[in-house]
Design a protein. Structure first.
Length: 79
């Protein structure tokens, strides 16, 4: 399972989102103010930060939190 975290440097909730995913493996941090991050955000329909998207081995979206920060326990239930 892959974890994609979309963030912006000035986002007030983004540090909390980074704390939620920091202990997980296979996390990709995507700054939506950079070309690659913006392209990925467009592909996944991310309109707010922070956004956390779980991707399975077939590149399918399994679960997401857009503009919201889940509890660590809630996120780990999906992984």
């Amino acid at each position: 399972m892959k974890v994609k975290l979309f963030y912006k440097p000035q986002c007030p909730k983004c540090p909390m989102a980074k704390e939620v995913v920091e202990d997980l493996s296979n996390v990709e941090y995507l700054n939506v103010e950079e070309v690659n991050g913006l392209a990925e955000a467009t592909y996944y329909g991310v309109m707010a930060t922070p956004s956390i998207i779980l991707i399975d081995d077939n590149e399918n979206e399994v679960c997401s939190w857009r503009g919201d920060v889940p509890a660590k326990e809630e996120l780990k239930e999906w992984i």
